[in-house]
Structure formats: structure tokens, C-alpha cells
Design a protein. Sequence first.
Length: 376
Amino acid sequence: MTETVRLGRIAGVRVGANWSVLAIVVLITVGLAAGRFPLVAPGMPVVLYAIAGVVAALVFLLSLLAHEVSHAVVAQRNGLAVEGITLWLFGGVASLRGEPASPGADLRIAGVGPLVSAVLGVVFLGAAAMAGLAGAAQLLVAALGWLGVINFVLAVFNLIPAAPLDGGRVLRAALWRWSGDRQRAAIIAAGAGRVFGFVLIGLGLAQVVFFRGFSGLWLALIGWFLVNAAGAEQQYAAGQQALAGIRVSDVMSADPVTAAPDLPVQQLLDRYVMHHRFSTFPLLGADGRLAGLVTLDRIRQVPSDSRASMRLLDVACPPDEVPAAGVEEPLADLLPRMAGCADGRAVVLDGARQVVGIVSPSDISRAVQGPRYHPA
């Protein structure tokens, strides 16, 4: 999910929001201000209902953020890098770089989110009960009670064993531990996600047709998202299966053309791009180590009148953000890391941390499409 607004960092993780998150705020605010709050706390001015609705919606977004931050923190503790967290129309997503190393790590990362939501549910319901006993305003009690219930709903819904929900990850971890085959477990969990998504679509459309309940459209929309997300996970897992037994050295483009970090962008175009059929150039420092990675896509973003003065280092993907792999590393292990500013590329390093090759999306495609590699 694309980040529209960057909100900052929590626990070292970049946090952002997509513009579609505004739909959550509007839907919750209208639903509470025009529906629930006037019923449980009647006789108050409309503006107070609206303010309480907005505040409740924003606190709910913070609850979603806490859910995702818990995933990110546990992922980091289990050796995974976290690219960022994005809040959007259907909640939030923590983007992890790579896959858990074991079923136990997979289970811990998946399970902590619903656990945090359940704890928040207890906290908010407890606060609502204490506020009620203390004689606080009915509107405050109603808002706290709603936040408690909605966090419990979030926890329970996420525990449904259907990827990409957290429960689907738990199912994947259990199947992985039982069978020893991570990719097969992922395919089964994603298949369950597609089935569940189609069920939600059917229930939502039935609600619209037979009961004229237009909230069924929202249910169908959630189902449609699950079907598509689960389908993408199935394809990814199938691709991982196809790469089984293939090493990075089997697919990499060896001995890539390199450039100096201080070289102007225009000179790269004149000296290298015009004479080589490459679209990716590692930048090497004086010590021969990787100083960055430049792709034609990044160069195209440089205005033509700035190319003579701007250095390659100024437009390169920083070395600590470039995916790197060893020569003998399984290609399937590298694939999840091939994202970010390197435009889907990765560098291959030898034992001395020298660049000896590049892996590109086209290299991956050739590996998946045909059995042209025969690892020893």
C-alpha cells in the first residue's frame, strides 16, 4: 500500500498513511455521531456527537497503529527488517523485508497483533466501566465502550485462519511446523483466504439483494480485497516453490559494469549507457566496496539540465538499502528482500564483500519460467 503522508517514526519504524484512511474517519464519525451515540447518550447537541465521533475514530486509528507496531517490533526482534507501516482504507499494514526464519518466529509475529488488540479491548472496556461507576458523561462512557468492542472485533476477525489475516499467518506457521514445507503451508493459507473472501462477497451481496442492507457493500468490498491479496500471496508462494534449489549464482549477471560515485549523471549516460546494454550500475568506492546502486529509472527522474552537475551518489540507492546476497544463497531467500529503492535489483557479494554480480527481475522471471538451471 502506497504511503501518501509520512507521520514519523515509532520504535525506529517509518509510519505513514494513505489518503484512503480518511474514509475510515468519515465512516466511523458518521456512524457514531448519527447512529450509536444519540441512542446511548440522548439529548446532547449534534456538535458534541460529531466531536466525540471524530475523537473515537482517531483513537481507533491509534489502536490500529499499535496493532501494526507490535507486528513490526516482534519482527525486528526475530531478525526481520521493517520497511514501514502504512494506515489505509482496510486498516494497517506493516511491510516486512524477508520471511520469518522459523515457524515459531512466524507465529510470534502474527499472533502479537491480535493479542495487542484484545488487550486494548480490555483496557477500553475497563475504562468505560470505571467511567460509568464514577458518574462520567454518558457520551464518554459510550465512546470508551465502543472502542473496547471494536478492538475485540478487530482481534477476533484477524484470528480467522485465512491469509492475509493474522490468523492465516498463524495457520501457515502451524502447517509449516507440521509439514516442514513453508511454501506449501503459505499456498494452503492463501487458499483459505480466497475462500473466506468469496464467502464475504457472497454474504455482502446477499445482504444488499435480500435485505436491502447497503452495509453489505462494505462487507463485499472487504471480501474482494481478501480475494485479491490472498491470490497475490498464492502466486508469490508458488514462485518461491519454483525457485527451490536455485542459487543466486545460477541466475545472476556476473561481472557487472561499475561506476565511480562522483561521476556526473550525464557522463554515465554518455560513457556507459550508450555502450552497454545494462540498466543497473553498482557504484564502488576507493576501497572497492559498494557505495550505492544506480538504475536508469532513478536517472530518468533527474532533470536534464541538472545531469551535468549532479553526481551519481546523489541519486543512488544508499548501500545499506541495497539488497545484497551471497553467491551460494538460495534465490528464494533473496526474493523477499528485492524491494525498496533498488528498483527490484540486488547485488551479489563474494566472501570479501566485493560486488561480483547483479540479480534483476528479468533474471528471476527466467528462473521461474523454465528449468534452464541445474544446481549441483
